[in-house]
Ligand binder design. Structure first.
Ligand code: MLT
Ligand code: MN
Length: 307
């Protein structure tokens, strides 16, 4: 199995278009310790030739131009991208589908809930139905994605529900029940091949016992690293919401991700979907040193994470 991070930042990217905060200014100025990052996405492959993209970020077009392995190699029109798997219906997970118009065949894999969002938004019909298949994936049940030519890809994939939140633009009420949504609104992806297990969870509100059991023994886990502290957006004057309100647990603290993973045996742990306010993005920050001391890596665009 091959796996490469196409984008390591949360929605908005790093730097974010309207942020003039210090970290974003450093990234814009070309500071080597504040490397820019595109919005979260992971490419996976069973044969190293044909690829599936987990989440089509709004930066997908640039991500393709940045990574030769997902660029066309044959004929006048072609793509090594055989499919897109979706972990939710957030803008940063689906907007990039619009970059994939132009009548190139591929398959979109998603839960019932996420595909229903695409169905309800006619703009996604630019992906012509006779060309781009939409495949409903049952939760917690392994399946083997197929290449466009019908061949098996050599990866066993499973979508599983995780505690999360409905997409921001689909929020209707503000009670916890309204916000948390239904199973399938937020999912993780487990990819298995030759005894190796890679797990990708860009958004997660809580590490439950059930999730711990799934994570145990994984070869590599790429996990929600949105915020350092639950109230950092408020504290830094960047916005009114806590991480919990956005459906993201935080990296630090007693109830944070580092604490939750302390007793979960995982070979390699990597933070992804990192918000531009999170100081772990900066190579020279105290917070970066702390996560590394706890055995975590911080993803960057182009990072090889093949198990
Ligand atoms: C999130 O991860 O919380 C969402 O991507 C936020 C958003 O849609 O901007
Ligand atoms: Mn997001």
């Amino acid at each position: 199995m091959k796996a490469v991070v196409l984008g390591a930042a949360a929605g908005g990217g790093f730097p974010q278009w309207n942020s003039n905060a210090v970290a974003c200014r450093r990234a814009r100025a070309g500071d080597a310790a504040a490397r820019p990052r595109m919005q979260a996405s992971l490419a996976i492959s069973g044969d190293g030739q044909r690829w599936f993209v987990i989440n089509a970020s709004p930066d997908l077009r640039q991500q393709i131009e940045a990574q030769p392995f997902i660029q066309p190699r044959q004929g006048l029109r072609s793509s090594p991208i055989e499919g897109v798997m979706l972990t939710g219906a957030d803008v940063d997970a689906i907007a990039g589908l619009l970059h994939l118009r132009e009548r190139q065949p591929f398959t979109v894999y998603g839960s019932d809930r996420v595909l229903a969002v695409l169905e309800a938004n006619p703009i996604f019909d630019v992906l012509a139905r006779d060309c781009v298949r939409r495949e409903r994936v049952a939760l917690n049940a392994p399946f083997e994605p197929r290449h466009v030519d019908g061949s098996a890809c050599g990866l066993e994939v499973e979508l599983f529900d995780v505690p999360g939140k409905v997409a921001l633009y689909l929020e209707r009420g503000s009670s916890p029940a309204d916000l948390q949504g239904e199973p399938g609104d937020t999912v993780g992806v487990e990819v298995r091949a030759r005894g190796e297990r890679l797990i990708y969870i860009p958004g997660c509100a809580q590490v439950t016992e059930r999730l711990k059991q799934r994570l145990a023994g994984a070869s590599v886990v790429l996990f929600d690293g949105t915020l350092w502290e639950d109230d950092e957006m408020i504290r830094l004057g960047l916005g009114p919401k806590t991480g919990a309100r956005m459906g993201h647990m935080s990296v630090s603290g007693d109830k944070g991700t580092m604490a939750a993973f302390r007793d979960i045996p995982v070979r390699r742990k990597i933070f992804v979907h990192i918000n531009n306010s999170n100081p772990i993005l900066l190579d020279d920050s105290v917070e970066r040193r702390l996560v590394m001391k706890a055995g975590w890596e911080v993803a960057y665009d182009g990072m090889e994470v093949s198990p």
